[in-house]
Write a protein that binds this ligand. Structure first.
Ligand SMILES: [Zn+2]
Length: 439
């Protein structure tokens, strides 16, 4: 069929007719021709397919981004003997180093046909970034400009950090880690996209096996600590990966922080100080997210690293590998901790607080919700919003819920405080890391 169409098109061209005018399209969909894709970072990704016999009844582009289980399906309108889909990358940020797998799906006459898969690497190809790279152990480090010496040093450190984390977690990484070293703040934030916090000095995307480092934040010691921390997150992600849930955040961050110096010596004093003020967190409270405030976040990291240090000291390094193995099998946080230490989570937590001479934090009971003090229109003639109650004649009736009494400020403050706390937690969900730290 394809040969026939080409022959017909050749005749049409020879006869001086335009190809678009030729009735080849009317022959209908005969299968997919060549597919192609290209991308310009921060601008667009373009996917094309040739449809030699014309378009099918329905045409869709299927996209899968590395590290994402979801399938992106875009309906595409073909034009003539081809179709293209443009992803506006200026509008829809995509993290650089994302591998995009694509295929075209045609539904025609009740039949579904999918094209062979293609693959596109959405890399940071902005002008001026003349990337060079080298593989060092399990790390591939990428740099541009004059950063080669520093970048190679970071790459070696990352390779060592990965090997240490693999030994600790008893699990090999699924593949090398990519480290992109930016030596300008502007270039770095251009890679992270619009959601990055302005104090970020490094960012890790475990699912992409990618770490972005900025050479403009912190000194060399900070960058080295941060890199070991980040690469440990990647190994942890591989070592605990399961389809059910993410391991406790305190364990993930605690291990990464502990890995920086293979101890929690620097963090312990922070925990001691806060313990003396009865200010330690419950571990359940730092299992999902860390506080956004600097002091709370610092304590969360310190408490997490110290707990990991205690587990290693009391149960041996092997406990960490056994905890990770249990997560891979789908264990809950409590089950995983018990699999590694032989102690229940409650016993582990209790031991931690006993070490610092404090009682385990207890949940804050919810405050009762008092009857409404809101004045409602028509209840007693007053319609003001918020202000003090309008003077109402004694015994004038009205809604018994509307009281001509001063607003009970303590109760109101408690309720508003509760709402603020909930909003604070919701906000914390969106954050990554504290000032002076990495994401
Ligand atoms: Zn971290």
């Amino acid at each position: 069929m394809g040969r026939l169409i080409r022959l017909l098109m050749g005749v049409a061209v020879a006869a001086g007719a335009t190809v678009a005018w030729h009735p080849a399209v009317a022959l209908g969909f005969t299968g997919f021709g060549a597919t192609s894709a290209d991308a310009t970072y921060g601008v667009s990704m373009t996917f094309r397919v040739e449809l030699e016999g014309g378009p099918p009844d329905r045409l869709e582009l299927l996209l899968r981004m590395s590290g994402d289980d979801g399938l992106f399906v875009a309906p595409v309108q073909a034009s003539g003997d081809g179709a293209q889909y443009v992803w506006d990358a200026a509008d829809r940020h995509l993290t650089p180093n994302t591998r995009v797998t694509y295929a075209w799906r045609a539904t025609d006459g009740g039949q579904v046909q999918v094209s062979p898969e293609g693959s596109l690497l959405y890399d940071d190809d902005r002008p001026g970034l003349d990337w060079r790279s080298t593989r060092l152990g399990e790390a591939t480090v990428h740099w541009y400009g004059t950063a080669e010496t520093i970048a190679r040093g970071l790459g070696e450190l990352a390779a060592d950090g990965a090997a240490n984390a693999e030994a600790l977690l008893g699990h090999d990484m699924r593949g090398a880690v990519d480290i992109f070293v930016y030596d300008s703040q502007e270039d770095f934030f251009g890679a992270l996209g619009p959601g990055a916090r302005e104090w970020t000095g490094a960012a890790t995307y475990p699912a992409l096996r990618t770490i972005f480092m900025s050479l403009t934040s912190g000194d060399q010691a900070y960058r080295e600590r941060t890199l070991v921390h980040e690469v440990t997150h990647v190994v942890f992600n591989d070592a605990t990966d399961n389809p059910f849930h993410e391991p406790a955040k305190w364990l993930n961050e605690g291990l990464a922080s502990w890995a920086e110096s293979q101890s929690a010596d620097a963090e312990r004093s922070e925990v001691e100080f806060e313990a003396s003020n009865d200010g330690l967190f419950a571990f359940e409270a730092i299992a999902e997210q860390f506080p956004i405030g600097e002091r709370g976040a610092r304590l969360a990291y310190a408490q997490s690293a110290t707990m990991v240090d205690m587990i290693v000291a009391e149960h041996g390094r092997q406990a960490i590998a056994e905890i990770a193995a249990a997560y891979r099998d789908g264990a809950s946080d409590s089950e995983a901790l018990e699999a590694g230490t032989g102690q229940s989570a409650e016993e582990l937590y209790a031991g931690f607080y006993a070490e610092f001479g404090v009682e385990a934090p207890q949940p804050v009971p919810p405050a009762p919700i008092l009857p409404s003090d809101v004045r409602r229109p028509g209840a007693d003639g007053g319609t003001q919003d918020g202000g003090p109650p309008a003077t109402a004649a004694p015994g004038s009736g009205g809604d018994p819920a509307v009281r001509d009494e001063p607003v009970p400020w303590p109760a109101l403050v408690a309720v508003v405080g509760g709402v603020a706390a909930v909003l604070g937690v919701a906000w914390a969900v969106t954050r990554r890391r504290t000032p002076g730290s990495e994401a």
